[in-house]
Write a new protein. Structure first.
Length: 408
């Protein structure tokens, strides 16, 4: 980390790189058709991978933590201000079934990967617990399983590096899939067609430029958007902490209480719920605010830059290349089962890809993908459904970890 050209505590420079590269990615996406086909999100992500792997920027810094701590929570309500509230609940119920089927893909992938590599990777029972929990839920579940099974610190670090690299590569792959004719011929893709049917595209504009038309925005719009978003975040996070303190959690607590704690104590789930309630109670107020979608999307691009930074290729090659194989098998099996289940039950391609993304990367990366692709009707539903993974992830990880331990 200290060997990078820019040091981790050089915060103004790192913030500058993140913001400027996000801006460049958006500009390229809207200016050039080749960049539009790749998408600004992938440009942001790949650029970050290059900068960190060439030693220009460090792989860890408080700046990156700040993006996760402040930028993502702020982006979520901003992006929900103008969604179709009724459609969210209709789509959420539909996506939940597919999410659970996709979770089975993670479980199957972990089991297959474990039996293939258990004689080659030490502590794979513990790593399997961590990754199965993480690839159903998220980083919170990974940390919980690492603590529960007392995995050695060096193996935890190596697994995190493999996970970061795999997640970055997988998001790039998911972003490419909707443009491939192989998948378009075999799956319905109405959200892709909706974006592509924009009349402005015929005038020589890129898809992104046509989608993000110039809108009228005032100082009042900026003030109300940011002020309301911050208010919702603060209230939601305080409520989540308060609710969570009322319900006990842990190994000695019943499944029901752990489930209840996961539901009412998860800050992102509470934030999404409070935002939905606000939208239902004050529809005219939110409809009158312009610019929230644009501001929220720019914040998401900062997030795309940051998730590419920890993907250190030299570290994984030096320390544990087989760990990358281990997580890659899980991801591939998850995608195959998600696509198969989606095809069988007649889900759209966009829904399948977002659900798989929500499993592997969590609801934030899935929502970011929906935003970047212009699939605005799926942003709210995937945020709602993705948070379910946080609740069930620990139970899946614990079960598999205990089973794997009997075979090591």
């Amino acid at each position: 980390m200290s060997k990078s050209l820019i040091q981790p505590d050089d915060m103004i420079t790192l913030w500058g790189i993140i913001v400027v590269w996000a801006a460049v990615s958006i500009y390229l996406e809207q200016k050039y058709k080749w960049a539009g086909r790749i998408s600004g999100a992938i440009i942001a992500l790949i650029g970050a991978i290059i900068l960190s792997n060439t030693g220009v920027i460090p792989t860890e810094s408080p700046v990156y933590d700040a993006v996760w701590t402040f930028i993502i929570p702020l982006a979520i309500p901003l992006l929900l201000f103008h969604v179709n509230f009724k459609k969210i609940w209709q789509e959420s119920g539909r996506l939940l079934i597919l999410f659970l089927l996709s979770s089975i893909g993670t479980i199957a992938g972990t089991i297959i990967s474990f039996f293939l590599l258990k004689d080659h990777i030490p502590y794979l029972d513990k790593i399997g617990a961590m990754m199965s929990a993480s690839y159903v839920g998220g980083g919170v579940n990974f940390a919980a399983m690492a603590g529960k099974f007392e995995a050695p610190g060096e193996m935890v670090s190596a697994t995190i590096v493999a996970d970061n690299l795999m997640m970055a590569l997988y998001i790039v792959a998911l972003m490419f899939i909707p443009s491939l004719s192989f998948f378009r011929k075999r799956f319905s893709h109405p959200h892709v067609l909706e974006v592509e049917s924009n009349k402005d595209v015929e005038d020589g504009k890129t898809l992104a430029e046509a989608f993000w038309k110039r809108n009228e925005i005032s100082l009042k719009d900026i003030a109300l958007s940011l002020g309301t978003a911050f208010f919702l975040v603060v209230v939601s996070f305080k409520l989540a902490a308060l609710f969570g303190s009322f319900v006990p959690t842990g190994e000695d607590v019943s499944f029901g209480l752990n489930l209840l704690h996961g539901l009412i104590g998860d800050k992102y789930l509470v934030l999404t719920t409070i935002t939905f309630l606000a939208l239902a109670l004050f529809p005219k107020y939110f409809a009158s605010i312009n610019g929230s979608q644009e501001m929220g999307t720019f914040l998401i691009y900062l997030f795309f830059v940051v998730i590419g930074i920890p993907a250190s290729i030299p570290l994984i090659v030096q320390n544990a290349p087989l760990l990358l194989v281990f997580v890659a098998i899980i991801v591939v099996v998850n995608l195959l089962i998600s696509l198969t289940a989606g095809k069988l039950f007649k889900y759209d391609l966009e829904e399948i890809l977002l659900v798989s993304n929500a499993n592997i990367g969590g609801p934030t990366t899935a929502a970011a993908m929906a935003i970047a692709k212009g699939w605005k009707n799926l942003i709210g539903p995937i945020l709602v459904v993705g948070t379910i993974g946080y609740i069930i992830g620990n139970y899946i990880g614990t079960t598999l970890g205990m089973w794997f331990a009997t075979m090591i």
